[in-house]
Ligand binder design. Structure first.
Ligand code: SF4
Ligand code: SF4
Length: 462
């Protein structure tokens, strides 16, 4: 999808809503109406932020950014060539120049260019909040930028300041508050986690005839496996996939009820939160005395881990591996018996942005998929060129006022998956697993959505 075929592809949506969407006249007010609600002051307290004083404070913190060589480089090196413009799904969906990567960056470049002359009246915090919460931090534009400008890093820098000003999406704040309270995004307490696990073990017994354990808070285990809390709630086949692989390999593993969350919404909010959530995992891994940590299916969670948590674990002598790297290695060594006939369909693998452009995880998932299914087909835009699902960067919250924004932001990605003729879309990302079913329903596409470890679980012979 690019500027030339944008209209045609939007009109091709079987939803029949493309024409209406193309009539939208974008403006700042329109963009604000399509934005997720900002958090309330009480919610800021729950995430341990005392908001500072608005534009004056923003100016001071913004000036500090000039100490970052990367930020200065991103501000100085843009040649305004325009190559990035139609690489962003948010621009392709809205045609709003402030949603084009270069246009979005101009909102802060104009402030940067003022240098020491920057004054509070130059800063429109509402506009910055609006457009910097319409970037999904997907990094697709950066792949095509000849200057290597990373718009997602600019977004993270701006959001970092906005968070300290008390401007953060309510959904992001509420999710982080749940982590402070319970250690996971969904707010699942240990008792609830235990109840789900008991139920899943019964299901596994019925499916396989075997006693397959899903250990929670087991003492002295060798491996700490961190799932997405959604694996305990909606994506239970993903969790059963982990358990079957661990059982087949005879591994001594456990999950930990205090860090039942592989996601890290700090990536969408601030460096402080990202580090605090990463450090929680490190503390629990040390306390448990495990030998290594295995990360479950979650795109941005893996990016946060490879950006930060991996190094903190390494300092403590704890290696980190992704469940798909772990499973791939076992397959390569011939340690898993797999029956590809159990997944007799045509599958399309969607590269989560944060694996392909933020976590160097491209080949292992493909090798795992090919080992467990009969047939796969690639999209036109794949690997590092994958389109974002439209719900990254903390834009997952579903509410009528902004639902169409997210449904059209994710359309390029679903469009190219649909065009492959595949019946099932596969993604090992918790946000994708939450977003695509809505996208599929909204656009009336005849496809299903599954996690990759789900398919491994169906194929593995015990
Ligand atoms: S592609 Fe890079 S250099 Fe060109 S306009 Fe976009 S950000 Fe600037
Ligand atoms: S990081 Fe993604 S959403 Fe943000 S400007 Fe670039 S392409 Fe658009």
């Amino acid at each position: 999808m690019n500027l030339e075929n944008r209209r045609a592809i939007i009109l091709e949506s079987p939803s029949g809503k493309g024409e209406e969407w193309l009539k939208q006249q974008t403006s700042l007010d329109w963009a604000i109406a399509k934005q997720e609600r900002p958090a309330k002051p009480s919610q800021m307290a729950e995430i341990h932020v005392t908001p500072t004083d608005g534009p004056q404070d923003f100016c001071e913190k913004f000036r500090e950014l000039r100490k970052s060589r990367a930020f200065v480089n991103f501000m100085e090196s843009c040649t305004h060539c325009g190559i990035c413009i139609d690489k962003c799904h948010e621009f392709l969906s809205t045609a709003d120049v402030n949603n084009a990567p270069v246009g979005r960056a101009e909102l802060v470049r104009t402030l940067y260019k003022k240098g020491n002359r920057l004054k509070p009246e130059d800063v429109d915090l509402n506009k910055l909040y609006t457009y910097y919460y319409q970037c999904t931090e997907c990094r697709r534009c950066s792949v095509f930028c000849p200057q290597g400008i990373d718009q997602s890093e600019i977004t993270r820098n701006v959001r970092n300041i906005l968070t300290s000003e008390g401007r953060i999406a309510e959904y992001v704040a509420a999710t982080m508050a749940a982590v402070y309270k319970t250690g996971n995004n969904l707010g699942l307490k240990p008792k609830a986690q235990g109840a789900v696990i008991d139920f899943l073990k019964e299901e596994l017994k019925e499916e396989t005839g075997k006693d397959i354990d899903i250990p929670l808070d087991k003492e002295k285990a060798e491996i700490l496996l961190i799932p997405s809390s959604a694996d305990l709630y909606v994506n239970t086949d993903t969790l059963k996939g982990y358990a079957k692989v661990m059982h087949a390999l005879g591994k001594d593993w456990t999950m930990d009820s205090e860090v039942a969350e592989v996601a890290n919404f700090g990536l969408f909010a601030s460096e402080k939160h990202l580090r605090e959530f990463g450090d929680r995992v490190v503390s629990r891994a040390i306390k448990r005395g495990v030998k290594y940590v295995v990360w479950g299916e979650c795109g941005h969670g893996w990016r946060a881990a490879t950006n930060y948590t991996r190094f903190r674990l390494a300092e403590k002598g704890l290696p980190l591996t992704h469940i798909l790297q772990f499973t791939d290695k076992a397959i390569q060594r011939g340690q898993l018996k797999l029956d590809r006939n159990k997944n007799d369909d045509l599958f399309n693998y969607h590269d989560p942005c944060n694996y392909a452009r933020g976590g160097n995880l491209v080949n292992e998932p493909r090798r795992v998929l090919k080992a467990v299914v009969r047939e796969t087909v690639e999209s036109k835009f794949t690997k590092q060129e994958t389109f974002c699902c439209g719900a990254g960067g903390g834009l997952l919250a579903h509410e009528d006022a902004w639902e169409d924004f997210k449904m059209w932001g994710g359309w390029p990605s679903l469009y190219y998956a649909w065009k492959t003729g595949a019946h099932t879309l596969i993604s090992p990302c918790a946000i994708d697993k939450a977003q695509y079913p809505h996208l599929i329903e909204y656009h009336k596409i005849d496809m299903k959505m599954k996690g990759l470890m789900d398919l491994v679980g169906y194929a593995v012979q015990l």
